[in-house]
Design a protein around this ligand. Sequence first.
Ligand SMILES: C[S@@+](CC[C@H](N)C(=O)[O-])C[C@H]1O[C@@H](n2cnc3c(N)ncnc32)[C@H](O)[C@@H]1O
Length: 219
Amino acid sequence: MAEPKSVVVTPELHAYAVAHGTPPDDVQRSLIEVTAGLGSVSGMQISPDQGAFMTLLTKIVGVRFAVEVGTFTGYSSICIARGLATGGRLLCCDVSEEWTAIARDHWVRAGVAERIDLRIAPAIETLQALPADPPIDLAFIDADKPGYVDYYEEIVPRLRPGGVVLIDNVLWSGVVADPTNTDENTVAIRAVNDHVAADDRVEAVVLPIADGLTIARKR
Ligand SMILES: C[S@@+](CC[C@H](N)C(=O)[O-])C[C@H]1O[C@@H](n2cnc3c(N)ncnc32)[C@H](O)[C@@H]1O
């Protein structure tokens, strides 16, 4: 087998890469600060470089209807909403009124509140109730890990051909490839990674950005 073509991303190299992409703006910086004030749960927020990537991807795909599973305080939703085509909509799924209140505030400040519908309910119920039309152009899965395969299975049939589903945390702090780790969340992440890899309906790549992000495009 050929030598893998990859670089070890040291903290210095990571900082260099982040410094050479589009930085967060004032609203996003405020959201990072407010979320940090919540304590250790702030680690659930996606990173700014992943957010910049998601805005770009949303623009490239020409997204008119997007679905987010796991909104928290709103960073990723702002990134997706900013990339939507004119008239595009984002449906956000979460169970927390408290965390999404922070998101709502920052959606207004970011000028994207009119493009977003928030459903406070278990995401599986919201997804199961979605009609086939309009088809989903882009979905982002970033909620409870044991639910990932079920979320994916509700989303893929509703994706338009050429639509994409993004799955977060697929490298799970690097422990996903450690077979001695049998923590419930690690096992759930392995399950969704195996599930996507075996799914002929999509073509997929695992990007080592942030905590690992899969992009699966419906054929
Ligand atoms: C990792 S955070 C999402 C981070 C967010 N994407 C961001 O960029 O800041 C996970 C979110 O999923 C939500 N969540 C957990 N279980 C859920 C469920 N069964 N249905 C819907 N949302 C759920 C949590 O309330 C939390 O806000």
